[in-house]
Design a protein around this ligand. Structure first.
Ligand code: ATP
Ligand code: MG
Length: 344
């Protein structure tokens, strides 16, 4: 069965958006709106799987929303909303909790990393996170999901859940006129030279909002001199840049900075190395700082401007939630019928 093509993705309001979120996700969100119906969600229910201060959470929700708009997502052509305003996400997630198997969730590396050593003390929500993520996507029967590389495993799980639902309920799905599959097997869109931007302090760890060190990341809100300072202090090795990609192997910090430069300048890493091969890091970093400031400066300005009008942001979210809910409610009704739950 052919599904209507639709893009869905989400970002957690867990703190400042950073260069990894921008290059791994938001740049793609902006590009995809040219050719798809897109739904972009501020996933606040995901955020509370770890502790969020109730005084700060609303500000973070509005900040991610403002960042979406500042980066160029048009809320009138697409849907932008926060997850908790559409209850169907949580409702469908419960159905998926009953479809997914404990063994599948036990393999999720994000849970292992975020729960750390004290796993017994992690929230049940953090463990069930991937089922909610599958519900986010499948409530809209989305066919394409742009994400960073770190979310690949969760997307594979979403496909497994869709497949098992389609199989378990195949007779009911067919009997209700949905053909041989109710949910699509969503395609992850993970492309380009910066699908996994690494920490500036440690080339083996991904850049994250939740990293305790602010020096580990470039935030979209960072002023020009702070960007410059963070890049100058970014960890590197003592060798000059290689002229070909193979020379980046086993040099995670060099690879990371070259990847960032490539993504920002819309070139390949090979093209960047052709220009900078043999250069010292001091020179390459100076060029990278100029590029970062040129690209992020205007976004920061827009972000500030939007944040001055929280009521307008709330309106975007309310309007988006209304439009999102119309789609999700239809899915949820069909799911209830397929599963055999009596409804009004
Ligand atoms: P947290 O540390 O709270 O999990 P995060 O920085 O990982 O925050 P998310 O909201 O979990 O951000 O992810 C939003 C999007 O950004 C996802 O598509 C994710 O794959 C992408 N992303 C996150 N970090 C990176 C990174 N370092 N490089 C590329 N993409 C990333
Ligand atoms: Mg994350």
């Amino acid at each position: 069965m052919a599904f209507k093509e639709r893009v869905f993705s989400g970002v957690q309001p867990t703190g400042n958006l950073h260069l990894g979120n921008y290059l791994g996700a938001i740049v793609k969100f902006v590009a995809l709106q040219q050719s798809y119906d897109c739904i972009y969600c501020v996933v606040d229910l995901h955020a509370i799987t770890v502790w969020q201060d109730p005084e700060e959470l609303p500000r973070n929700i509005r900040e991610v929303t403002a960042a979406f708009i500042a980066c160029g997502i048009d809320p009138s052509r697409n849907i932008i909303f926060n997850q908790s305003q559409v209850a169907e996400h949580a409702e469908l997630a419960w159905i998926f909790n009953c479809v997914a198997r404990i063994g599948w969730l036990n393999r999720m590396t994000q849970f292992k990393e975020k729960a750390g050593k004290d796993r017994e003390n992690a929230s049940v929500g953090l463990y069930a996170y991937p089922c909610l993520m599958a519900a986010d996507i499948l409530a809209y029967r989305a066919t394409h999901v742009p994400v960073g590389e770190d979310q690949k495993q969760h997307l594979e799980l979403a496909r497994d859940i869709a497949q098992k639902f389609n199989n378990d309920f195949s007779a009911s799905i067919r009997a209700r006129g949905h053909g041989d599959a109710f949910f699509p097997l969503t395609e992850p869109l993970i492309q380009g030279p910066a699908t996994r931007v690494m920490s500036l302090r440690d080339g083996t760890k991904k850049m994250s909002k939740s990293d305790a060190s602010d020096q580990s990341r470039i935030n979209l809100s960072d002023a020009d001199d702070l960007i410059a300072q963070k890049i100058r202090r970014a960890r590197t090795d003592p060798h000059p840049l290689p002229s070909e990609g193979a020379g980046l192997e086993d040099r995670p910090e060099a690879d990371n900075l070259v990847g960032i430069y490539a993504a920002l300048s819309e070139k390949t890493k090979a093209e960047v190395l052709a220009a900078f091969g043999g250069a010292q890091f001091s020179d390459f970093k100076a060029a990278l700082i100029d590029l970062l400031i040129a690209k992020l400066g205007p976004i920061r300005g827009e972000l500030k401007r939007h944040l001055q009008d929280p009521a307008a942001i709330d309106e975007v979210l309310a309007d988006g939630a209304e439009r999102a809910q119309r789609i999700a409610a239809e899915t949820m009704k069909a799911v209830k019928d397929i599963v055999g739950l009596v409804r009004r």
